[in-house]
Design a protein around this ligand. Structure first.
Ligand SMILES: *Cc1c(COP(=O)(O)O)cnc(C)c1O
Length: 359
């Protein structure tokens, strides 16, 4: 394949802009383990300010930001309540138990959005033989359920009721700015009741690396020590934080474009033979659809698309995920839809009638 593939595997594949590279080259730096990197300090103050919090911490990845928060809120041998397909459970190498020593308690949902009604009944009554519930973790947007968004009233209710029960609530807000665009609300208002929030600079916002954790000053002080314990003290990382600052200031302003492109792509895909997808459920920049009726597994479907110049990832045997981002514009998305459409028409004529699994 001669042309550059249309890479819709994730919004993490975005490359730093010319402005970011210039800011990186010129960044003022210092040793951040002595808390003397002026660029990192600026990034942390801006993140805290945008989220209306006392403090913020720059961390190498979203996974480390979540892990640090889990450790800071709990002790080993306690339980964390989260959704069944939460990233902290499915995609972080079991660090929740392997490193933090916690037992995840999972709540299955249709769309990734839990209610207090579901969470409240999972909280352990205090009994000496039972691991106590220590934390509730929400994910907004919910990645593996298709970029779905928490209505703010539901998130606020969960936080209020959890606090009444004496439990802190962490938000895996890796794509919380996408949720904010969908809702037309500010991230500060949406997340004000959470005890901690992790968000990624390295996804749709476009930074090459990095995430932030925001919270109270005492919480962030604890997080800084835990980051060091995990080997995440980064010295002159102002070089990358400089790109992070641009991502934080400029990134959110253009996320609506990715979300319009995702909506468009979802509407195109929903028309194609063999694809099961409800475009009305695509709220942000993630599209998940079922390819079972094509007779192909998600792996075989994606392998065929690689040859035709479109990249995505499997969610499970039947489901495929595509993510829109700043490095694929409307023309790219139109082309991806055309390529997928041509492939599906090709296999639907090749397939003998009546057969569901012969290609
Ligand atoms: C991407 C992501 C993370 C963290 O990912 P890293 O690759 O470690 O930065 C955490 N939670 C969700 C929901 C994500 O989508």
């Amino acid at each position: 394949m001669a042309e550059k593939p249309i890479d819709l595997r994730s919004d993490t594949v975005t490359k730093p802009s010319a402005a970011m590279r210039k800011a990186m080259a010129e960044a003022e730096v210092g040793d951040d383990v002595f808390m003397e990197d002026p660029t990192i300090n600026r990034l942390q103050s801006r993140a805290a300010e945008i989220f209306g919090r006392e403090a913020a911490l720059y961390v190498p990845s979203g996974s480390m930001g979540n892990l640090i928060s889990l450790i800071a809120h709990t002790r080993p041998g306690q339980e964390v309540i989260c959704e069944e397909n939460a990233h902290i459970y499915t995609n972080e190498m079991a660090a929740i138990s392997g490193v933090a020593g916690l037992l995840p308690r999972l709540i299955p949902t249709e769309d990734g959005i839990m209610s207090w009604e579901q969470i409240g009944r999972m909280i352990r009554p205090k009994m000496y033989a039972r691991a106590p519930t220590a934390l509730i973790c929400l994910e907004n947007t919910h990645n593996l359920m298709g970029g779905t968004v928490y209505p703010t009233a539901i998130a606020h209710e969960i936080c209020d009721r959890a606090h009444e029960a004496g439990l802190p609530v962490h938000l895996d807000g890796s794509r919380v700015f996408n949720a904010a665009v969908f809702l037309g609300e500010s991230v500060g208002e949406m997340t004000k009741k959470f005890d901690s929030v992790q968000f990624c600079l390295s996804k749709g916002l476009g930074a090459p690396v990095g995430s932030m954790v925001v919270g109270s000053k005492s919480f962030i002080d604890r997080c800084r020590s835990i980051r060091k314990m995990l080997g995440g003290g980064m010295r002159q990382a102002g070089v990358i934080a400089a790109a992070g600052l641009i991502a934080l200031e400029e990134g959110p302003k253009r996320l609506h474009i990715d979300q319009e492109n995702a909506k468009f792509l979802a509407q195109e895909l929903a028309r194609l033979p063999g694809i099961r997808l409800n475009p009305a459920r695509v709220q942000t920049n993630i599209i998940i659809f079922d390819v079972q009726e094509t007779g192909l597994s998600s792996g075989d479907f994606l392998a065929a698309l690689v040859e035709r110049g479109v990249l995505g990832v499997p969610v499970d045997r039947d489901k495929v995920r595509l993510v829109t981002h700043l490095d694929v514009d409307r023309v790219g998305v139109e082309k991806a839809a055309e390529i997928i459409g041509a492939f599906l028409r090709e296999i639907s004529t090749r397939r003998p009638t009546g057969s569901t699994r012969a290609v």
